[in-house]
Design a protein around this ligand. Structure first.
Ligand code: HEC
Length: 171
């Protein structure tokens, strides 16, 4: 029977894990069985096979610790297969379906431009350190920003970065 999932067969290359990783997998089996019985994962198709395949070396929760796109989940699963995770293509596809449905990319958090720290602005708006400092200096001297346009006045700030993220900036 051909797979009902859209991932082509053989997409998860089965490579032999290094002896070290196989040993790790072996040693990790006992605690993982315990983890499997207590897994805190959302119910849904593919949950049991995910716990079985992805809970042998680390907890299944760790396997589901990321929020990412289907392509990225595919890459994660391929990486795990290269490290020794084992399953048929159908099983791995079921894992992929389960993880991409239940752990999609997290929506980007809003940034309050009047309270955000320099680090927040650097990481979530990709401002340079000097730009984040300029925003903070400007709001310290002039009071809170009230609109996007106010940010045009900040010297040394590339307004395009603000414009690009305008849906996430709150005042
Ligand atoms: C053969 C052992 C093994 C199995 C089975 C396994 N993993 Fe992993 N996994 C690892 C190891 C070792 C790490 C730590 C790797 C590192 O730090 O680079 C890891 C780390 C992770 C991480 C943390 C982020 C990362 O990329 O390092 C995620 C997510 C993950 N595994 C998902 C999964 C999923 C999903 C499955 C089931 C398809 C799975 N794992 C099955 C060995 C395994």
């Amino acid at each position: 029977m051909s797979s009902i999932y859209s991932v082509p067969r053989g997409v998860f290359k089965q490579r032999q894990a290094s002896p070290f990783l196989r040993l790790c997998a072996l040693l990790a089996t006992a605690p993982a069985l315990y983890a499997a019985t207590t897994a805190q994962l959302p119910d849904g198709p593919g949950k049991q096979v995910t716990i079985r395949i992805c809970g042998t070396c680390h907890s299944p929760e760790r396997a589901a610790s990321l929020h990412q796109t289907r392509r990225q989940w595919e890459a994660t699963i391929s990486k795990m297969v290269s490290m020794g995770a084992r399953g048929t293509d159908d099983e791995l596809n079921a894992v992929l379906e389960y993880l991409s449905k239940n752990f999609p990319p997290a929506p980007a958090k809003p940034v309050d431009i009047n309270t955000a720290s320099a680090v927040d602005m650097e990481s979530s708006l990709l401002l340079l350190r000097s730009e984040a400092a300029a925003v903070i200096q400007y709001r310290t001297e002039h009071g809170n920003f009230k609109s996007l346009d106010d940010l045009r006045k900040v010297p040394g700030l590339d307004f395009q970065k603000i414009e690009k993220n305008k849906d996430r900036i709150v005042f």
